[in-house]
Design a protein around this ligand. Structure first.
Ligand SMILES: Cc1cc2nc3c(=O)[nH]c(=O)nc-3n(C[C@H](O)[C@H](O)[C@H](O)COP(=O)(O)OP(=O)(O)OC[C@H]3O[C@@H](n4cnc5c(N)ncnc54)[C@H](O)[C@@H]3O)c2cc1C
Ligand code: FES
Ligand code: FES
Length: 470
């Protein structure tokens, strides 16, 4: 039985765990405020707010209900627009109307839910308000009126206290009073739930569902799912003996919010912002990215450049494999059907090491890459002591550029060497022409991304004149 709280009501259901939250709220609860747009996580019309207990604290974030199965709602608070509506418009709804932020209205509920989740968050500045709606598409307004609404909203939040923030939001009619009871109710649900052992794999292993529910939504409705998204054993980040261990079900947002990860990669925020949108990042797990095996998986490319290892578990037996050895052909990998990824491990780069992630896509936000690349480099006395370089979109698998790395190790970063490395790199890849660009364009992109890494690492060395000779 799946148990969760929908708005103010406790739900217990034996519906198939692969039923989406979107279908559940609309067709089983007749809450038709949540809209159906693309059903692929792209438009944001179906956005709901999801509350869960994280380290004992109630945290709210947005998710696209079209890709969220009921099994991932288990033990959580799901808020639809009906759950924030009181007798009058909430201040979020009010600023949208005041600024003409709504025309046909189809997207409006999604925007209202994203902005309400922003109100429940900690960073209440204008940039965060705009980021909160990066997963919502509007075909009518041209966005300017929605941006003005976001600006007004930030003004209304001035003076909101850090302590007792729920009480302030309730007093100021942003959310209804029942929100105060939710933490206790979720604790109650948690106490009664049995922890699923990750070894009990029943058919399909499920992370956040952002690939599975796009690729085979009909099939997922009928499948028995093993929910790894919330599994406590797969949701930690820790460091030990110079290594960083990340649970397989940590999401892109978890990486961005982790103090540990931020200490290792001060620019993690800007890298993660390039991946999907806020609601998708809140659902997308690292293991899901690895196992989807897309040649352009952003997190896969990121971890390849750390020369990470993955720890796999089969019937309680562990084995580890380098991520660079995991893939052997398009969507084919070294993993048995009853094997799952438990964690990801990498050596923490030296403080003096350089690391960078770059991505080029047709749209800046909410788009997959044409080509992406990451690079880790350690230099001593002008000589490259360590280099790991990865690239996506340049072949059938996420590529670790082994030949280029082998060539560069032990060399100086001189123009002739960089030129030679680019030539080796170009021969090491085999991109195909598709909707994301021609093979030649992708080759050119990788060359440019490699130069972009070097520019980040040695801005003083790579003058425009020197770049022109490469
Ligand atoms: C709108 C949208 C935008 C997107 N944008 C991007 C983007 O910019 N960059 C990008 O890289 N991706 C993007 N994606 C793809 C997707 O979000 C990522 O690949 C994500 O990391 C998948 O993780 P998940 O947990 O949702 O996977 P799921 O769909 O839950 O699972 C994917 C696969 O992984 C398997 N799996 C999950 N966990 C485990 C485990 N622990 N062990 C073994 N197998 C496991 C599942 O069985 C399944 O085969 C986007 C998706 C959508 C819908
Ligand atoms: S319906 Fe478009 S994101 Fe869910
Ligand atoms: S108001 Fe029509 S899609 Fe946004």
């Amino acid at each position: 039985m799946i148990k969760f709280i929908l708005n103010r009501q406790k739900i217990e259901t034996v519906l198939p765990s692969g039923t989406t939250v979107l279908d559940f709220v609309r067709y089983h609860r007749h809450l038709s405020g949540t809209k159906i747009g693309c059903r692929e996580g792209d438009c944001g019309a179906c956005t709901v707010i999801v509350g869960s207990l994280e380290n004992g604290n109630l945290q709210y974030k947005t998710m696209t209900s079209c890709l969220m199965p009921l099994s991932n709602a288990n033990g959580k608070h799901i808020v639809t627009v009906e759950g924030i509506n009181m007798e009058n418009l909430s201040p979020v709804q009010y600023v949208m109307i005041e600024n003409n932020g709504t025309q046909c209205g189809f997207c409006t509920v999604g925007f209202v839910m994203s902005l309400t989740a922003f109100v429940l968050s900690e960073n209440l500045n204008y940039n965060s308000a705009i980021s909160s709606i990066d997963g919502n598409i509007c075909r009518c307004t041209g966005y300017k009126s929605i941006e003005r609404a976001a600006k007004d909203l930030v003004l209304k939040l001035e003076g909101k206290p850090v302590q007792n923030r729920l009480i302030w939001l309730i007093e100021n009619k942003f959310i209804p009073g029942y929100f105060l009871e939710i933490e206790g109710k979720l604790n109650d649900l948690k106490g009664k739930q049995k922890t699923i052992q990750p070894f009990d794999i029943q058919k399909v292993v499920l992370g956040g569902g952002t690939d599975l529910f796009v690729q085979k939504p009909e099939k997922m409705r009928k499948e028995k799912l093993t929910n790894f998204y919330d599994h406590p054993n797969l949701n930690q980040i820790e460091t030990k003996d110079g290594k960083c261990f990340i649970g397989a079900s940590m999401t892109a947002s978890d990486l961005r919010n982790s103090e540990v990860i931020r200490a290792i990669f001060p620019e993690i925020n800007s890298y993660i912002k390039l991946i999907a949108s806020t609601p998708i990042r809140n659902m997308a797990t690292i293991a899901g990215n690895f196992t989807n095996a897309s040649p352009i998986g952003d997190m896969t490319i990121f971890f390849l450049a750390l020369d990470a290892e993955i720890i796999l578990n089969q019937k309680r037996e562990n084995r580890s494999i380098k991520l660079r050895d995991f893939y052997f052909d398009y969507k084919k990998m070294d993993k048995a059907s009853d094997e799952f990824i438990e964690s990801i491990v990498f050596e923490i780069p030296d403080k003096k090491a350089f690391f960078n992630f770059e991505k080029v896509s047709k749209r800046t936000h909410l788009d997959i890459a044409s080509v992406n690349s990451a690079c880790l480099m350690e230099i001593e006395n002008e000589v490259i002591q360590k280099i790991h370089l990865s690239a996506g979109g340049v072949g059938p698998i996420p590529k670790y550029l082994n030949k280029t790395c082998t060539f560069l190790k032990g060399k100086k970063t001189e123009t002739t060497i960089i030129k030679e490395a680019i030539e080796i790199m170009q021969n090491e890849i085999s991109p195909i022409s598709d909707a994301r660009g021609s093979a030649d364009y992708k080759k050119l992109l990788l060359r440019q991304l490699f130069i972009a890494h070097l520019l980040k690492f040695f801005p003083q060395l790579l003058t425009p004149q020197r770049i022109a000779t490469l």
